[in-house]
Design a binder for this molecule. Structure first.
Ligand code: HEC
Ligand code: HEC
Ligand code: HEC
Ligand code: HEC
Ligand code: HEC
Ligand code: HEC
Ligand code: HEC
Ligand code: HEC
Length: 249
């Protein structure tokens, strides 16, 4: 007659697992929040505590009721994408008691550069300024209506809104070429930039006017054989026109 002998180490392992399981079950019971799992994988009571929080924002539609003209003016201007409370802060309490509680107005020069100071990460065409150099010391709102901002005069330079491109070009081999060498930009583009668009080069032969062998022979312009160079791709699929390089610098 043979008895199966369970090896000692297995007995210890089973004991250890059994103890761990008991500890887990007891701990789970003790630490799980009361209403957890009633509605889903979260604490049902959390809904009540969130609902109980004070509402701080009212939304622009509310402001329109009493500040109609300001609301309308904003819709006509370039700040039409901003809600009132972006600048005035949460104002639900003001809506509830308009005379007693008044939202602050950001009249300080430091405020507007939060969005308008130059940063290479901002999208192309976004109006940006250098707060140190742009009309220093005078408050921004002395020259720009915060509810419908306009530059008091039409910007002269493309760099006013295309700072990133202008800065790259300035340190590139194309530094000497004005933007308008390659883009026909109507004056109206500077006033309504999204509805009036400048042209962009569409064919490689455009770059060829300077870089093809032949026409500019003798000038200090690096030349390529237009018929073979680039294997039929557009030039700017390989060379960034605003900072071109032949890869050997
Ligand atoms: C129920 C009417 C009402 C609503 C709604 C309302 N306001 Fe007002 N608001 C007033 C009145 C009245 C004053 C002027 C109080 C005074 O000058 O005594 C005022 C003043 C202000 C001021 C000027 C504060 C200052 O320093 O001069 C700002 C800014 C303002 N409101 C922003 C808002 C915003 C933003 C909203 C929307 C979230 C809003 N208001 C909604 C009635 C309203
Ligand atoms: C870009 C930021 C900005 C936005 C967006 C904005 N405001 Fe203002 N608002 C200001 C500044 C700055 C002032 C102070 C203007 C001044 O003192 O000349 C101001 C002033 C006010 C005043 C005081 C009276 C006046 O006209 O000078 C009211 C009322 C007001 N804003 C309401 C609103 C409402 C309503 C909206 C949304 C439709 C809104 N604002 C959106 C920045 C903003
Ligand atoms: C929350 C971000 C934000 C803040 C804060 C802000 N702006 Fe703007 N601003 C914008 C946006 C978005 C546009 C529209 C850009 C576009 O149309 O591409 C704009 C447009 C402008 C323009 C138009 C430029 C042009 O060439 O037509 C001026 C001027 C301007 N803002 C001034 C101000 C001033 C002054 C303040 C402070 C009172 C301010 N902005 C605060 C986001 C902001
Ligand atoms: C003394 C008047 C004055 C003051 C103060 C002023 N600006 Fe301007 N702003 C202008 C003029 C003029 C232009 C258009 C010509 C230009 O490009 O310089 C302009 C243009 C702009 C533009 C459009 C992009 C551009 O360069 O053309 C933005 C955005 C702008 N300003 C934001 C601001 C902000 C933010 C402040 C405050 C830190 C401010 N401005 C202070 C007069 C002023
Ligand atoms: C007032 C601001 C402003 C000024 C000044 C400005 N632009 Fe623009 N530009 C924009 C905006 C905004 C866009 C649209 C960006 C987008 O929606 O992708 C744009 C787009 C463009 C485009 C792309 C068009 C397309 O269809 O993709 C070119 C090219 C361009 N601008 C060239 C210029 C040149 C050259 C100048 C100077 C003569 C200039 N811009 C001055 C704001 C400006
Ligand atoms: C050597 C010719 C050349 C010069 C100089 C030049 N560009 Fe361009 N630009 C191009 C080409 C090529 C494209 C790309 C066209 C495409 O992708 O369809 C382009 C695209 C653009 C675009 C749209 C794409 C983007 O990157 O946002 C803008 C905006 C623009 N250029 C603005 C400018 C401005 C502002 C200047 C002057 C600071 C300038 N360009 C100078 C050739 C040039
Ligand atoms: C108006 C004449 C002109 C036009 C148009 C032009 N370029 Fe240029 N390009 C130049 C000049 C000038 C240089 C630099 C010469 C120097 O640095 O000595 C240059 C330099 C270059 C270089 C650098 C070559 C090297 O050796 O590193 C490349 C690449 C280039 N351009 C590509 C292009 C492309 C792509 C286009 C079309 C989007 C274009 N160019 C349009 C005049 C032009
Ligand atoms: C498939 C990618 C590609 C395309 C498309 C392309 N290039 Fe190039 N280009 C290169 C490379 C890689 C070099 C560096 C090696 C060489 O000289 O061939 C270069 C070099 C150059 C040079 C410098 C030549 C020198 O002698 O210093 C110029 C100028 C140039 N390209 C202009 C252009 C123009 C203009 C176009 C459009 C007709 C164009 N490239 C299209 C990849 C390309």
């Amino acid at each position: 007659m043979s008895r199966t002998v369970v090896p000692q180490q297995v007995v210890r392992l089973i004991t250890a697992f059994a103890v761990a399981t008991v500890v887990f079950v007891v701990a789970r019971q003790a630490f799980t929040a009361e209403t957890f799992g009633e509605l889903g994988h979260y604490r049902a009571a959390a809904i009540d505590s969130i609902v109980a929080r004070e509402i701080k924002y009212a939304g622009s539609q509310q402001c329109a009721i009493c500040h109609g003209p300001t609301y309308e003016r904003r819709l006509q201007g370039r700040h039409n994408g901003l809600t009132c409370e972006v600048c005035h802060g949460p104002a639900a309490s003001h809506v509830a008691s308009p005379v007693e509680i008044k939202p602050s107005a950001p009249r300080d020069r430091a405020f507007c550069p939060v969005c308008h100071s130059y940063s290479a990460a901002r999208p192309t065409g976004f109006p940006q300024i250098d707060p140190v150099a742009h009309n220093p010391l005078v408050p921004c709102i002395a020259c720009h209506d915060p509810h419908a901002p306009e530059p008091p005069s039409i910007p002269e330079e493309c760099s006013a809104c295309h700072g990133n491109i202008a800065r790259q070009k300035a340190v590139s081999r194309h530094a000497a070429l004005p933007c308008t060498t390659c883009h026909e930009a109507p004056e109206a583009h500077k006033v309504s930039p999204r509805s009036v668009r400048p042209t962009k080069p569409t064919e490689s032969s455009f770059c060829g006017t300077c870089h093809a062998q032949g026409p500019s022979e003798g000038l200090q312009i690096p030349q390529i054989d237009l018929s073979t160079h680039g294997q039929g791709y557009l030039c700017w699929q390989c060379h960034y026109a605003h900072h071109p390089s032949s890869g050997d610098q």
